[in-house]
Design a protein around this ligand. Structure first.
Ligand code: NAD
Length: 490
């Protein structure tokens, strides 16, 4: 059985610990390899190496640093299909979804190539006679990413290219459930990128490794993406140890369907949002609130769309929805569907106990629709993270927005309408970091920050774009006096 290694100081090294975890293909349940659950010492070693490498990396001009990113883009482009297939094999999503994920990853590398301009400082001359004041940006030092299972190829790239371009050295800790994608990407980087050793490091592991990332004084900034309880933990522990932290948490995203919405288009888009990636997307629509007459037409149409979705092995190009991540997740999702029913919801389309011919061992849940979900019920606020859409109803747009704004989370909220006035009202009033108008997955392009409100985000500066530059640099203000008499000879 292949045992994955860590990548530290430009070399593949075995974990110094003995613990390993099986990495499974969730569609076939075959064990593909084993991932080390690295002890704290491995993270500490990576941190020391990264700190040493940072001394020269920060002195490398930004325009030269981004040359590596141009190469990085070329390497990712060149190995695009192998990476996408690896994502599908370990994560269970469809090959189309894996390709889309990698397009978004590469987009971040492209945007980070513009960082020399974004790192520009400011200068004010003669703030007093002969005195100038400058603000310069410098890297924070060694930074690390702790990322979730659902986008193993994309999410590290919300941070990694910006961190490097800004002059930091970096440690990536992938999800132990899906370590192969980053392993493969690092293998390609190792072969083709020629980055100075220690600039980019990979350490596999679980909470033990994360706790060392939090506590190790060398690591100055942490980017986290995952569930809300862990995001809160990372944020509070990071603060305790005096670090910069951006922590993206969970979600339960509502979409509102107004009576004037184009029902065919809305149904198609909401179905893609709710059931795409088997609902394991932090921007998945998980609640649809119909307003007025939209209730009947949308309910019928979305039930048909859910029932018709083609579920199967993600490598089959005809498949529209793959597996959930593992049997544990399947059991949790099925039990939450039951809880919904116990709390008064109707199970309009029931995706439990799914069997996919030739893939009977996989962790399958088919698209599921709960209807008449009470917004005050527990299930209405619980992140299911599976292909389950909860239907609610409101009499007015104000009532629907009140449901949206009553939520614990604030990752995304969407409105489906043909009314500009309704759209503007919604955009203004909805309490969420990513807003969609006739859009089902309001994922910002890499040149916008990936926002999030309430329990979906802890921190100030988000991933991607200018926020990433702010996060990965610290400002230094310099005040200089140059008495006139000193420069008389000039
Ligand atoms: P998770 O919180 O279980 O794990 C995320 C990372 O944290 C992993 O690398 C894991 O090893 C580590 N980890 C887990 N438990 C830990 C602990 N107790 N202490 C320290 N580290 C720990 O999340 P997941 O199940 O991998 O991913 C799904 C979650 O991520 C969902 O809640 C989803 O909404 C969220 N997510 C959010 C966004 C966003 O942009 N807001 C994007 C993707 C996923």
């Amino acid at each position: 059985m292949i045992k994955l290694k860590n990548y530290i100081n430009g070399q593949w090294v075995e974990s110094s610990g003995l613990e390993y975890l099986d990495v499974i293909n969730p569609a076939t349940y075959e064990v593909m390899c084993q991932v080390p659950l690295s002890p704290a010492a491995d993270v500490a070693r990576a941190a020391e190496i990264a700190a040493e490498a940072q001394k020269a990396w920060r002195r490398t001009p930004a325009v030269k640093r981004v040359q590596y990113l141009f190469k990085m883009k070329a390497v990712l482009d060149e190995h695009f299909e192998e990476i996408a297939q690896t994502i599908t094999k370990e994560c269970g999503k469809t090959i189309g979804e894996s390709r889309a994920e990698m397009i978004r990853a590469i987009e971040n590398v492209e945007v980070a190539c513009g960082i020399p301009m974004l790192m520009q400082g400011d200068i004010s001359e003669d703030i007093a006679t002969g005195i100038d004041e400058l603000m310069i940006r410098q890297p924070v030092g060694v930074a690390a990413a702790v990322v979730p299972f659902n986008f193993p190829g994309m999410i590290p790239f919300w941070f990694l290219p910006y961190a490097l371009a800004c002059g930091n050295t970096y440690i990536v800790k992938p999800s132990e459930k899906v370590p192969m994608t980053m392993q493969y990407i690092f293998e390609m980087f190792d072969e083709y990128l020629d980055l100075p050793p220690g600039v980019l490091n990979l350490v596999h592991g679980n909470k033990v490794a994360v706790d060392e990332i939090l506590q190790n004084p060398i690591i100055r900034a942490i980017s986290f993406v995952g569930s809300t309880p862990v995001a809160k933990y990372i944020y509070s522990q990071g603060a305790k140890y005096g670090k910069r932290v951006q922590a993206q948490g969970g979600a339960k995203n509502p979409v509102i369907v107004l009576p004037d919405a184009d029902i065919d288009m809305t149904t198609r888009i909401v179905a893609d949002s709710a059931f795409g990636c088997a609902g394991q997307r932090c921007l998945a629509a998980s609640i649809a609130v119909t307003v007025g007459d939209a209730r009947r037409t949308f309910t019928e149409a979305i039930a048909d769309a859910a029932s018709e979705r083609v579920v199967g092995y993600g490598l089959d190009e005809a498949v529209q929805m793959g597996t959930v991540i593992d049997k544990g997740s399947q059991a949790r999702i099925e039990s939450l569907i039951q809880q919904g029913a116990d709390q008064g919801a109707g199970v309009l389309v029931d995706g439990r106990n799914a069997i996919i011919p030739n893939f009977e061992s996989g962790s399958w849940v088919r698209p599921t629709i709960l209807q008449d979900v009470d917004p005050r019920s527990e299930i209405a606020g619980t992140e299911i993270f599976g292909p389950v859409l909860s239907l609610m109803h409101a009499n007015t747009i104000d009532d629907a927005i009140a449901i949206v704004n009553g939520a614990q989370y604030g990752n995304m909220a969407c409105l489906f309408t043909s009314s500009g006035a309704a759209a503007r009202k919604f955009r203004y009033e909805a309490q969420a970091g990513n807003i969609g108008i006739n859009i089902g997955v309001a994922a910002p392009m890499a040149f916008f920050p990936f926002s999030g409100w309430k329990d979906s985000f802890f921190g100030t500066l988000h991933g991607q774009a200018k926020h990433a530059v702010e996060f990965f640099t610290q400002t230094k203000v310099v005040i200089e006096r140059w008495p006139k008499e000193w420069s008389r000879q000039f």
